[in-house]
Design a protein around this ligand. Structure first.
Ligand code: OAD
Length: 248
């Protein structure tokens, strides 16, 4: 990794008063969870239509088959050094909040506390008829599709499907974080899905410095990114933490 680029990023972070982060599937790649797009991505194995709310309403069983595979991957995975480095940045008071598009709970498991889950979580289930949320842990999801204890409708995984609005509270918190930030770390996201993709633009509109970490350039890289660090999040973030931490 280029030392000058790392220095430029650490200097932005050291000077910042309000650092925020936005993460995507690439931050969990080091935990063995495939990203959605690109080679080996989930959308090459599964039809993205399976993540559409209308498809769930028509055929929830088909959607649950894919969800079970996703759950098995997530349950068998552990936070990686990228998650740990972000948790450490929060612990030492540098990182004020993190918005994630991931549904795998790995940021919290690594110790991050100020986490906004914009696309929901696999840890929850929702009855679309009764509008009630349940904890996934209270159901046996291995074989049968979970049913609402009140109305027997098939419960929906607590993740945001295409065609659904993101949780209103989470979106408001995420926009507030982005508009308060004077620096933003964007890690492992292709930044093509709104409203997550609008957050870096909001931050930049308020003159925040944008640091992007990705294995390849994105649509942000040549538009609003100030410092692009090309590399794997699980390698770059611990190095960045070392560069900004006085005892690193
Ligand atoms: P994508 O799969 O679109 O993008 C993942 C990004 O991570 C790409 O830009 C990769 O280059 C990068 N990447 C892969 N491995 C990496 C690594 N080890 N280190 C750093 N970067 C790496 O995933 P998201 O941007 O998260 O939404 O996708 C956004 C949303 O689209 C998802 O939350 C999901 C999906 O449809 C819903 O399900 C609602």
């Amino acid at each position: 990794m280029d030392r000058n680029t790392l220095q430029a990023a650490s200097s932005i972070i050291n000077k910042s008063h309000y650092l925020a982060a936005l993460t995507g599937a690439g931050v969990s790649a080091g935990s063995g969870i495939p990203a959605f797009r690109g080679r080996g991505g989930l959308w090459q194995v599964y039809d993205p239509a399976l993540a559409r709310i209308d498809v769930f309403r028509e055929d929830p069983h088909r959607v649950w088959e894919m969800t079970r595979t996703l759950m098995a991957m997530v349950t068998g995975s552990e936070p990686n050094p990228a998650h740990s480095a972000l948790a450490a940045m929060e612990r030492v008071g540098l990182l004020k909040g993190l918005v994630t598009q991931n549904i795998d709970n790995l940021h919290r498991r690594a110790g991050s506390r100020s986490v906004i889950e914009l696309h929901g979580t696999l840890g929850k289930l929702r009855c679309l008829t009764c509008n009630i949320d349940f904890n996934s842990a209270d159901f046996n999801l291995k074989e049968d599709d979970p049913l609402c204890p009140h109305c027997s409708a098939v419960l929906k995984p607590g993740i945001v499907f295409f065609g659904e609005a993101v949780p209103f509270g989470a979106l408001m918190e995420a926009r507030l974080l982005a508009s308060t930030a004077d620096a933003m770390l964007i890690v492992g996201t292709s930044a093509v899905v709104n409203p997550a993709a609008e957050l870096p633009v909001i931050a930049k509109g308020n003159r925040a410095k944008i640091i992007e970490i990705n294995i390849e350039p994105t649509r942000l890289t040549n538009s609003i990114t100030d410092v692009f660090i090309r590399g794997r999040a699980e390698e770059v973030l611990p190095d960045l933490l070392g560069a900004i931490s006085p005892c690193g």
